[in-house]
Design a protein around this ligand. Structure first.
Ligand code: ATP
Length: 190
């Protein structure tokens, strides 16, 4: 199977993430998309970053019964901070039957040349890029491993959702209903 890895802090997951994940899982040659939840970095302030298992739980709630999407906690057990190349190497060893690819926004592609071992990433993995509003893709957009996809762009961020929750505003329709219910019944982000 060809699996697209969509990394994020998902703090919390919102429909912007899910629309991209579902687009990549249904409109490209990817068979599945794994939403890989980044763990808390012990060296970084965690004031606004919810606990790992809460964010993972919300990703699972957001995905619901979509068989093409899956939440992954693979990075929780890896050394921190987790570098993408190390996670890819680990996954390749753990799942030799699968082919892995990366999914990223155009904003990330533009700075990919700063990532640890980025040449190695480009040499071995396909990268599916979705455009972000007003972001130039940069030189790597024409690299043979890079596929630029025309996925719908939504101007929503997890920061905006946290701000709404913190000030008591509704986030209905910005997150899937089961996520909304969980957020409303918990004290997360308040
Ligand atoms: P924050 O506001 O906390 O920085 P975020 O919503 O940007 O969070 P992340 O979990 O950091 O979410 O994002 C995971 C990936 O999803 C990132 O590569 C980010 O660029 C992308 N992403 C975030 N929001 C959207 C959106 N509305 N549409 C498409 N991609 C998005």
């Amino acid at each position: 199977m060809k699996i697209g890895l969509f990394f994020g802090s998902f703090n919390p997951i919102h429909i912007g993430h899910l629309i991209i994940a579902n687009f990549m899982a249904t409109r490209t040659d990817l068979d599945k998309v794994w939403l890989v939840v980044s763990p808390q970095n012990p060296l970084k302030p965690k004031k606004t970053l919810a606990r790992d298992h809460d964010r993972l739980h919300l990703v699972r709630l957001g995905i619901g019964d979509n068989p093409r999407l899956q939440a992954s906690n693979i990075e929780f057990g890896l050394p921190k901070p987790s570098y993408t190349i190390d996670t890819l190497t680990f996954l390749k060893e753990k799942y030799p039957a699968h082919t892995f690819a990366l999914i990223m926004g155009g904003d990330n592609l533009a700075t990919l040349h700063l990532w640890k071992n980025y040449e190695q990433i480009l040499a071995h993995y396909d990268i599916y890029v979705y455009k972000r509003p007003a972001v130039e893709l940069g030189e790597l957009a024409t690299h043979p491993r890079v596929r630029v996809c025309e996925a719908p762009m939504l101007d929503i961020s997890a920061t905006y959702i946290r701000d709404c929750l913190n000030s008591g505003k509704s986030v209905r329709y910005l997150v899937p209903d089961p996520v909304l219910e969980y957020l409303e019944s918990s004290s997360m982000y308040r």
